[in-house]
Design a binder for this molecule. Structure first.
Ligand code: 5CA
Ligand code: ZN
Length: 414
């Protein structure tokens, strides 16, 4: 589907600031920091929205983490391929459409359009492949057929399941014990209780047509795919096996990313699916996880409609480390507004000089170091704060250089 539009990222190298550092990120599959080895190009797949409701701050925070990944890579001179999916057919979407008496496709289209506007306002880099499940149905079916041909599937009352016992590396992503897996599988869309399965953890690949539900004709019969195989198929199609980063929020570690990796490695008889599995923390509101089902959403579009400067919102998100779980409060926005005003005022106070100067170069290096070490945006923001305080006093210059770095690396337009 059509992505949104994003502005070009300024080149710091072209300003005489050299190239940026290689990225290290926390890899869920090892529990350690992984230096991403990429010579010329790098790919990232981000699990995107299920479009039955508007983008909330949790979605935005997760998208921002992977936006920073790309900014670090671009600064390091890599060519980046970014794929983000839209789960545009799934039970929650059908249920919401039914509840509201609207067509599920219209609902999805409307919410995706709202999401594009939110992403654009927040200056998120646009994916090269913004890809929906419905438009990818053929390749999802082809991936399921590969699994069937590999002999790792079986049927339960006409539905097709993945036989988890056939995958010796199962657990490669989450490294969880079986009991925890079973609990999370039940909570997050799985069906551990369904009878007829060989193992409660076996998961759905193809759901045969049910009356009143949309279905697609295929060599598997009429039906629709299970969730995990969709992302496995779309990621491999657009990035190939062994791409650099599989990303999303930490609610996707298990079962989603575990099962997608298992499917891809089985279907394409190659490993690994991704070099690193990177997960953003959960954003809540006043202590609870922000989620559609809890009804405690703070919507990006509502804040923007209320006149919030999207750059203040972006700064509010940047002031939390992507891996920590945190809760949104109105104070976050107040602090970000004050900070944005201070940066802007420092920029005008720092004079017209276009030369990078020692202080500005030091700020650029500090931002680069902070982001390259597990995307430490809060540390990068503090480095800019220090420069802004000094520039405000007239002690340092280099405003244009700092502004270019803040734009290129943090995505904030001053
Ligand atoms: N469509 C699937 C992924 S294939 C999905 O999880 N959709 S979603 O709309 O529920 O979430 C979209 C993205 O935002 C996912 O990466 C998810 O992990 C992340 N996310 C969802 N809720 C939160 C939250 N409260 N805080 C941070 N990230 C979140
Ligand atoms: Zn996904």
């Amino acid at each position: 589907m059509r992505a949104w539009a994003s502005e070009p990222v300024p080149s710091l190298a072209a300003r005489g600031l050299g190239t940026g550092l290689a990225l290290s990120v926390h890899n869920t599959a090892t529990g350690q920091l992984a230096r991403i080895e990429a010579a010329h190009k790098a790919g990232v797949y981000v699990c995107g929205i299920t479009p039955y409701d508007a983008t909330h701050l949790g979605h935005a925070a997760t998208m921002l983490a992977f936006d920073l990944v790309q900014r670090v890579w671009l600064d390091a001179g890599l060519s980046v391929t970014y794929t983000q999916n839209v789960t545009d057919i799934d039970d929650p979407l059908l249920e919401r459409a039914e509840r509201d008496g609207v067509d599920w496709q219209d609902l999805a289209q409307r919410e995706v359009q709202l999401f594009r506007g939110d992403m654009e306002a927040l200056r998120m880099l646009a994916p090269q492949h913004f890809t929906g499940v419905v438009e990818s149905m053929d390749l999802v079916v082809a991936a399921i057929e590969r699994l069937r041909a590999a002999g790792v599937t079986y049927e339960v009352d006409g539905d097709l399941y993945f036989d988890s016992s056939r995958d010796e590396s199962f657990g490669r992503v989450s490294r969880l014990d079986r009991e925890t897996m079973l609990g999370l599988f039940g909570e997050r869309g799985g069906d551990p209780e369904r009878s007829g399965k060989r193992d409660p953890l076996d998961w759905l690949l193809w759901r045969a047509e049910r009356t009143g539900e949309p279905a697609w004709d295929s060599p598997l019969g009429a039906g629709r795919p299970g969730w995990h195989v969709e992302c496995a198929a779309m990621a491999v199609e657009h990035l190939g096996m062994g791409f650099e980063i599989q990303g999303g929020g930490s609610d996707l570690v298990f079962p989603h990313h575990e099962m997608s990796a298992a499917e891809a490695e089985m279907a394409f008889a190659s490993a690994p699916f991704a070099q690193a599995y990177v997960h953003a923390g959960m954003v809540g509101l006043d202590g609870d996880k922000m989620s559609k089902s809890r009804g405690n959403l703070v919507l990006v579009s509502e804040l923007l409609m209320a006149g919030v400067d999207p750059m203040a919102l972006r700064l509010a998100l940047l002031s939390h480390h992507y891996r920590t779980d945190w809760s949104w409060t109105v104070a976050d926005l107040g602090a970000a507004r004050t900070r944005l005003a201070a940066w802007r005022s420092a920029l005008s106070a720092s004079g017209p000089a276009d030369q990078p100067g020692a202080e500005a170069t030091a700020v650029v290096e500090a931002i680069r170091r902070a982001l390259a070490e597990d995307l430490n945006a809060p540390a990068a923001v503090l480095a800019v704060d220090e420069w802004a305080a000094a520039a405000q006093q007239g002690w340092v210059g280099g405003g244009r250089t700092v502004a270019a770095a803040v734009d290129a690396l943090l995505g904030v337009a001053l």
